[in-house]
Design a protein around this ligand. Sequence first.
Ligand code: BJW
Length: 229
Amino acid sequence: MSLSRGGSLVILTGAGISAESGLRTFRAADGLWENHRVQDVATPEAFHRNPALVYRFYNERRRSLATVQPNAAHEALARLERAWPGELLLVTQNVDDLHDRAGSQNLLHMHGELLKARCLACRAVVAWPGDLDADDHCPACRRGRLRPHIVWFGEMPLEMERIYQALDRCALFAAIGTSGHVYPAAGFVEAAAPGARTVELNLEPSLVADAFQEQRVGKATELVPAFVA
Ligand code: BJW
């Protein structure tokens, strides 16, 4: 068994956990969309400059989400949560809903959710209403325009207080399928409680691999079920 029973766990996931479901990661060599770098479409500046392009990008990603399924790694984490006798917080940087569909409950989407939109006027977060475009208005206040409920660069990630509180008292912090390029998530390993066990599970060592006590290198669908067994 890779985990000793009990205690508080914080598990961080990134795009690598959904790769084997068929969703592209961000920093892979093919991380392009209509010849735009993904990083160039997913920014507040891009939305300001060309909202139609940004809506199209997210409408397309939302549609492709409907064609994929949770994989063995998502399922293993949901199983772990059901069986775990202590506290378990799953923090995902992913905007897909594969952890939700696998059955994880104590789950925070720190970079937002692809299936939700947010009103620029009243800030209500609503279900994404079909194919969104620049003429759509908020169903709650009926006046504001809607934007994707996504945390873009330079914006504050969600639920930070809850995440840091959980890190502060955790007995184990594990990061799965994330490259360590993007902060604050890449710094969570440094915020884990003194004495916490820290483990990285990834296809290759991340940029912050040296900050972890342990490394498991390989595919999420193989590493994660073995780790939680
Ligand atoms: C597998 C696998 C398999 C593949 N099995 N593994 C200078 C220094 C430090 C920080 C900054 C700086 N300048 C600016 C900043 C801050 C900035 C930042 O970090 N920039 C860096 C680029 C330097 N961060 C922000 O702006 C954030 N906000 C912020 O800092 O607010 C201030 C604040 C913070 C804290 C407290 C108070 C205030 C916001 C970041 C928002 C990130 N948004 C995105 C886009 C979402 C939109 C969308 O989806 O459309 O989120 S960027 C993108 O990267 C996405 C991801 O969630 C995020 C992380 O990517 P991830 O998940 O790691 O994916 P990849 O592709 O990078 O890696 C995949 C990994 O999986 C790889 O390692 C593969 O090997 C592996 N893998 N197959 C296992 N089968």
